[in-house]
Write a protein that binds this ligand. Structure first.
Ligand SMILES: Cc1cc2nc3c(=O)[nH]c(=O)nc-3n(C[C@H](O)[C@H](O)[C@H](O)COP(=O)(O)O)c2cc1C
Length: 371
């Protein structure tokens, strides 16, 4: 089924960019989970549009309305508590400029899903703002994933991400072997989520340069999970990599994903890539390095899970592009109007965390059971 994922928890995302609202139904969150509302709101604000120069000018508060599944937490006035029923949240769309999209009914944007949607849905698709293909649909994902992040943190499992690269400018990478909470969380506390703020300034300048040139730029997000016990996941098609990849490719604009050394492993020798083992003082076995990114045979090793996802440059650019008029059946030049992110990467960082947290929590429930 499209737009639904998860095994133990099922997350169903609904809505279109310019429909009255968007939202999610999350079924399977066990009863008794306390969710801090201020924390959830501030997590969602990290993704919300219109807050700075490198984001779309569309202004949406991304305030959510909870229709079901969460009740007031009597111990804590700022929190809600799950009652075991499906959780449904709606986020109203308030700042739509649908006229900007009139032309796109006839002239598909190169790099976006306009043409493939036309082929699949025969003209009945909602073109406005990219419809159900829009990056806006990642707001409900952040609602669901923000809850999962909080539940995991209660269990000592933490998820974080940062901008690894914009164009050719790189941030400081996570320490895959000894990643600790402080390092994992540092970028989340910054308005521009990087580890090295100097690199962040250069990235912002590059995004601005692309914007001024009526163009866009892509990049890479590094995402990590710490505190995850060894033994989660299964071969061959139900591994940690499989389940993360299936969900992460649901984030619009993700075009690549690597775990640990990823594609870099192809240029290494076995002696360089293998993670040697050592006995620890308490009699457990621990890999010394973490080229595997915390996963072997689809099963977690107990080391940090480290992965990187490639995000393409935003398709909607205002530079003139070649396209076609589907009605006149003729070639046409397209100059896209409307408000778009000159770079998707900064706003996709919390989305990466949200989706990762949902998958990891779903996998943890394989072991713990829902009830
Ligand atoms: C947070 C976020 C914001 C996005 N904003 C835009 C945007 O402003 N303009 C655009 O063309 N695409 C944007 N996208 C990407 C498109 O939704 C995506 O490229 C399109 O649906 C086609 O899907 P694909 O790139 O995965 O093939 C955004 C994606 C995310 C995750």
């Amino acid at each position: 089924m499209a737009s639904v994922f998860g095994d133990n928890i099922k997350v169903s995302v609904f809505g279109q960019s310019h429909s009255d609202g968007i939202g999610a139904v999350i079924d399977g969150i066990p009863a008794g989970m306390s969710i801090s509302l201020p924390e959830l709101r501030s997590f969602m604000q990290r993704r919300a549009p219109g807050r700075n120069a490198y984001s779309t000018k569309r202004k949406e508060a991304d305030e959510f309305e909870i229709l079901s599944g969460l009740l007031p937490d009597e111990q804590d006035g700022n929190s809600l508590i799950s009652c075991g029923a499906p959780i449904c949240a709606v986020i109203r769309n308030t700042d739509q400029h649908s006229r900007d999209y009139d032309e796109l009914k006839r002239v598909p944007r190169p790099g976006h899903a306009d043409l493939t949607a036309e082929i699949k849905y025969g003209g009945f698709q909602d073109v406005r703002g990219g419809g159900h293909f829009s990056g806006r649909l990642t707001a409900p994902l952040c609602f669901a994933g923000g809850m999962a992040k909080q539940i995991l943190a209660e269990k000592g499992i933490y998820v974080g991400a940062h901008i690894d690269r914009i164009g050719d400018i790189s941030d400081k990478r996570y320490d895959a072997e000894g990643l600790e909470l402080k390092e994992l969380m540092a970028a989340q506390e910054r308005e521009f989520p990087v580890n090295d703020e100097k690199a962040g300034e250069a990235m912002k300048a590059l995004i601005e340069e692309a914007r001024m040139d009526c163009d866009s730029v892509g990049g890479v997000i590094e995402c990590a999970v710490i505190g995850l016990p060894a033994g989660l996941g299964a071969p061959m098609f139900d591994g940690v990599e499989n389940r993360l990849a299936a969900a992460i490719f649901g984030i619009p604009a993700v075009k690549g994903l690597e775990f640990g050394e990823g594609f870099g492993a192809a240029a290494m020798r076995g002696s360089q890539h293998n993670d040697p083992y050592r006995m620890t003082g308490d009699g457990t076995i621990r890999p010394v390095t973490n080229h595997a990114g915390g996963i072997l045979g689809g099963i977690s090793t107990g080391m940090p899970i480290v992965m990187r996802m490639a995000i393409k440059p935003t398709a909607s650019i205002s530079k003139p592009q070649m396209s076609v008029d589907m009605k006149d059946k003729a070639d046409r030049e397209l100059i896209i109007k409307g408000r778009h992110d000159p770079c998707i990467v900064p706003r996709a960082v919390p989305v990466a965390e949200a989706v990762t947290a949902l998958v990891i929590y779903d996998m943890l429930l394989d072991k713990e059971g829902r009830d």
